[in-house]
Design a protein around this ligand. Sequence first.
Ligand SMILES: O=C(O)CCC(=O)C(=O)O
Ligand SMILES: [Fe+2]
Length: 307
Amino acid sequence: MEHQYDQNISEYKYSVSDLMLTKQQRDFYEINGYLVVPKLIPDYLLDRCCNRFIELCHEKVPQNQNITMMKDISRIKTGDQGEYLYGKAQDILWDDEFYEYARYPKMVDYVESFIGPNVMGMHSMFINKQPDIGTNSSRHPVHQDLHYFPFRPANLIVAAWTACVPITVNNGCLYVLPGTHTGDLYPHTYPEPKDGEINKLYHELKTNNNNDDPKKVFLEMEKGDTVFFHPLLIHGSGINKTQGFRKAISVHYASSNCNYIDVSGTTQDNIKNEVIDIMAKKGIIDVDYTFIWKHHSRLIRGVRANL
Ligand SMILES: O=C(O)CCC(=O)C(=O)O
Ligand SMILES: [Fe+2]
C-alpha cells in the first residue's frame, strides 16, 4: 500500500500521516497530545497478557526474555506474594504473549500514523496497580515520559497504553494535561516523602503545581480501549481505591530514524545515573545509558535505522 507521508508539506507537527487517522482524530492529537481509540485491542489478546503476567508472578522468569518483575515498595514490607507483590513487568517485548500486543497490526498502523513506517518498541510494560494499602504507593506521580528517553526527536515517539480491565478514577486511571506536549521537557525528581511511599524510578515533575490544574482530564477506559500519547504530555495516575487489580499494558514506540543523544549535564542526568547504578548492581557495568536502550528495544515494523 502506498502511504502518504506529508510531514514536510502540511501544517501537522505531531503526526506524520493520515494512514489510520480521520481528520478529526489527527487534529485532536495535534492540539491535545493524546488520542483514545475505543476497543482497539481484542479481549482474547488482553486476557492472554493478563494470564502471562499472573504466571510470571509465580514462576521463574525465563533468562532469555529480559523481563524485569518489579515489586511494589509497600508490598515488599507486608510479605505479600504473587499479584499482590508485583506491580509491574518491564521490558516484555521478547515474550511471545506480550509481543502479540506490541505487534498487533491495527495498533501499529496507528503508531505508523504518528511516527512513520520504521517502528521500534523502546520501552514496554505490563502494569498491575494493586489495591492501595494507605501508603499512596499505587499512584504514578505526574511526569513526562521523555525524561526517561535518551533519543530524539520527541515528535517521532509515541506511547500506546491499553486498559486490560475497565479503568476508572476509583481504581487509578490515567490523567493527562491536554496540550502540554507543545511545551518543554521539565526537570523531574522523587516526590516528597510526606506524599507517601514511592516506587523506584517513579520521578515526578519538579514544579508540581499541576495537581489542581483545571485542565486535568481523567481517562476512564473500557477493556481494549487504547490511548496514544506524546512523550512530552504531562500525565500520571491516581491511587487504586478498590480491592481489584487495575491492569494495563503499554509500549512506547519510536521511529528508528530517531537518534540517541547524550543526556549528561541535562535535566535527564539524574535518571540516567540511577538506571546505570541499578544495572551495576545487577553486574552490568561500564555501559552507557544508550546501550541499555539498544539492548531492550525491538524492531516492530519497517527497518532498523539509527536506534
Ligand atoms: O499506568 C500508569 O499508571 C502509568 C503509566 C505511564 O505513565 C506510562 O505508560 O507512560
Ligand atoms: Fe508515563
